[in-house]
Design a binder for this molecule. Structure first.
Ligand code: ADP
Ligand code: MG
Length: 267
C-alpha cells in the first residue's frame, strides 16, 4: 500500500482555559489513505472537530498543540509537517482549501450570502491555481455539474439563499472539490439535512470518491452513515482513539466496549 496521505501521530491538543490546561486530544493516532473514506465517529464532544481543524492547522482558540504531529504526503512531493507550519503563513494557506479541502455541517459557514455561488468558486480556484477568470468560471460550472446541480451554467450566477439546504450542501462540496484536493475533510456534512437529502448527499460523496480517488475524512456521530460510506473507521471517545479498523470488521467484530455500545445504539 502507498504511504498514507495524512498521518496523525500521537497528537495532543489542549485548551488553555482559566482553570489551566484542559486536554481534549490525548495522543491520538490514525492515517488517511488515498481512495479511501475514513469515518471518524464518536459522541458529541469526543474531539472529532478539533482533530479536523488541527489537520488544517486551524486549532480553535484557545487550543494549543501540546505534542505529536500531523504529516501530509502529497503526491510527487516531499512530506510536509502540517503541525509545524505557521497557522497564518503562506504554505498552510495554499494547502487549506487547495490540496486539502473541507466541508462543514452548515454550508452558510463557508458560502457567502452576498456573492454568487460561481464567483465564490472562481475566487477559491484563483487563490490556488494560476488560471484565467474565464477558465476558472468554466471549472466552476464543471464542478457544479459534477455535484449534480441542475443547469450548472445558470446556477453559477445564483446566490446561496436561492438554493435548498441540499443544493447548498452540494454547492459547498463543489467549491471544496473545484481545486481537486488530495484530501477532503467533511465535518458532519449531512447532520442538518432531512433523511432523503442526507441519502442523496451520501450517494454523491460515494460517486465523487470513485471518480476522484481522494482521501476522505468523514466525521459523523451516526453509525448508519458509517455503514453506508466508510472503508475505514476511527472510533473516538473523550479525546482518545479507542479503535481503528476496516469497516466490515468494526461492524462484525467490534473490540472496544465503547464501539460495541455505539453499535448497540443503532440496533
Ligand atoms: P466533537 O466534534 O466530537 O463533538 P469537539 O472536537 O468539538 O467535539 O470538542 C472536543 C472537546 O473540546 C469538547 O470537550 C469541547 O468542549 C472542547 N472544545 C472545543 N472547542 C473549544 C473551545 N474553543 N474552547 C474550549 N473547549 C473547546
Ligand atoms: Mg464536531
Amino acid at each position: 500500500m502507498s504511504k498514507p496521505v495524512i498521518q496523525i501521530e500521537n497528537l495532543n491538543v489542549g485548551f488553555n482555559v482559566r482553570q489551566g490546561m484542559l486536554d481534549v486530544l490525548h495522543g491520538i493516532s490514525f492515517d488517511l489513505h488515498r481512495g479511501k473514506t475514513t469515518c471518524v465517529v464518536g459522541e458529541s464532544g469526543s474531539g472529532k472537530s478539533v482533530t479536523a481543524r488541527t489537520i488544517l492547522n486551524m486549532v480553535p482558540r484557545p487550543g494549543v498543540i501540546n505534542g505529536g504531529r500531523i504529516l501530509f504526503n502529497p503526491v510527487g512531493g516531499d512530506t510536509i509537517e502540517l503541525t509545524a507550519l505557521d497557522p497564518r503563513g503562506r504554505e498552510i494557506r495554499s494547502i487549506r482549501g487547495g490540496r486539502v479541502g473541507m466541508i462543514f455541517q452548515e454550508p452558510m459557514s463557508s458560502l457567502s450570502p452576498v456573492h454568487t455561488i460561481g464567483s465564490q468558486i472562481v475566487e477559491a480556484i484563483r487563490l490556488h491555481r494560476d488560471v484565467s477568470k474565464k477558465e476558472a468560471k468554466q471549472m466552476a460550472v464543471d464542478s457544479l455539474r459534477q455535484v449534480e446541480i441542475p443547469n450548472p451554467e445558470k446556477a453559477v450566477d445564483r446566490y446561496a439563499f436561492e438554493f435548498s439546504g441540499g443544493m447548498r450542501q452540494r454547492a459547498m462540496i463543489a467549491m471544496a472539490l473545484a481545486c481537486r484536493p488530495e484530501v477532503l475533510i467533511a465535518d458532519e456534512p449531512t447532520t442538518a439535512l432531512d433523511v432523503t437529502t442526507q441519502a442523496e448527499i451520501l450517494d454523491l460523496m460515494k460517486k465523487l470518491q470513485e471518480e476522484l480517488g481522494m482521501a476522505i475524512m468523514f466525521i459523523t456521530h451516526d453509525m448508519g452513515v458509517v455503514a453506508e460510506i466508510a472503508d475505514e473507521v476511527v472510533v473516538m471517545e473523550r479525546g482518545h482513539v479507542v479503535e481503528v479498523g476496516d469497516c466490515d470488521r468494526i461492524f462484525n467484530a467490534p473490540e472496544h466496549p465503547y464501539t460495541q455500545k455505539l453499535l448497540g445504539a443503532v440496533k
